[in-house]
Design a protein around this ligand. Structure first.
Ligand code: UT7
Length: 332
């Protein structure tokens, strides 16, 4: 019997309606459009406005659209993994809220947290369930409501992040399409440079933690930048090397959208021309677990069956990784 691989058979995305422009950010903090665009590539980001709305409200429309596009009945879904750093609650898992909301009554679900590498880690995990031969329909979601943990008085972080996410359907394939290899890494010694200080079991919420603004993403940008450039390029080069791929063999690099300069450095190191690099940071900013599915969603009409894709990310933790996959379908 031929080897089973996990093919992406559909992709969808969702961003909330409200657009937060660089101009509006200029009214919150000492910054300007020119600085933000030249240092990050970001022009605007989408924000989920409204009381009582969490990451599941980004994921649910994406999953509903995915079910529609792939002609899947909700009850056919067996597993849903949600990569997120901003779950609706500490518990239950956002995956559970999503499956209930879309009617995936036969699916089990759980969340996976690997900061900006979350979608890659979840995709690799979901693929293993398919490759085992035991599961036929697995949904992998990457979504974040970053505005819930962004300090809009801190100009070094509030300009970067946005809300959004996407979802992919994974199904078995025996013709060699789908997820073919991955290099995934994590190093907890990077935690001090990008983390949230309070709200976990080590420092539960208190009046003091709120007053000290410790419930927001804290980042030492320059340090993270240096690790990100090296980390993303290293794993991308490694996954290419062990699959005998050169820059010419790659149809698309699908990088996590944290900073346009990090993306350019990674593409350079891989020998991949900028015309083959997916880029949408200008309109969504950094949506953490959402960036890679949002890229695939935006570029879906340009993807052809057999295209070699390298997905690469770097994030808090530190976590980083690269996945090599062969795209499984032509534009519909
Ligand atoms: O997705 C998870 C992983 N995260 C990342 O990959 C993010 C990695 N880091 C970055 O993308 C960049 O470090 C930032 C975009 C966060 C910052 O860019 P930078 O080029 O590293 O800026 P910097 O921190 O070196 O700051 C340069 C200057 C400083 O002023 P002085 O000291 O030179 O006078 C900052 O105070 O820019 C100033 N600055 C700003 N100016 C205007 C910092 N933030 C802003 C701002 N507007 N928003």
């Amino acid at each position: 019997m031929s080897k089973i691989t996990a093919a992406i058979t559909g992709i969808s995305g969702y961003v909330p309606d409200y657009i937060l422009t660089n101009k509006e950010l200029e009214t919150y903090v000492e910054t300007n459009d020119e600085w933000i665009v030249s240092r990050t590539g970001i022009k605007e980001r989408h924000i989920l406005k409204g009381e009582g709305l969490g990451t599941s409200h980004i994921a649910v429309p994406a999953v509903k659209e995915l079910l529609r596009k792939t002609n899947t009945k909700p009850e056919e879904v067996e597993l849903l993994i949600c990569a997120t750093t901003t779950p609706d609650y500490v518990f239950p898992a956002t995956a559970n809220l999503i499956t209930a909301e879309v009617g995936a009554v036969n699916a089990f679900g759980y969340d996976l947290q690997a900061a900006c590498s979350g979608f890659l880690f979840a995709l690799a995990t979901g693929a293993k369930f398919i490759q085992s031969g035991q599961y036929k329909k697995v949904i992998v979601v990457g979504a974040d409501k970053m505005s819930s943990i962004v300090d809009y008085t801190d100009r070094t972080t509030c300009i970067i992040f946005g809300d959004g996410g996407g979802a992919v359907m994974l199904e078995p394939n025996t013709e060699g399409y789908g997820v073919l290899d991955e290099v995934l890494k994590s190093d907890g010694s990077g935690a001090p440079y990008l983390h949230m200080k309070a709200g976990g079991s080590r420092r539960p919420a208190s009046i003091e933690s709120v007053e000290n603004r410790e419930h927001f993403a804290y980042q030492e940008g320059q340090t993270v930048f240096k690790f990100a450039v090296k980390g993303m390029a290293d794993v991308s080069a490694e996954v290419m090397e062990r699959n005998n791929l050169t820059g010419d063999d790659i149809a698309w690099l699908v990088p996590h959208q944290a900073n346009k300069r990090i993306i350019e450095a990674t593409a350079n190191r891989m020998g991949v021309d900028s015309s083959k690099v997916m880029l949408n940071i200008q309109k969504y900013g950094n949506t953490t677990s959402g960036t890679i599915p949002l890229c695939l969603w935006d570029y879906e009409s340009q993807l052809k069956k057999g295209d070699n894709l390298v997905l690469a990310a770097f994030g808090g933790g530190f976590t980083w990784g690269a996945i090599y996959l062969k795209w499984a379908y032509d534009p519909k």
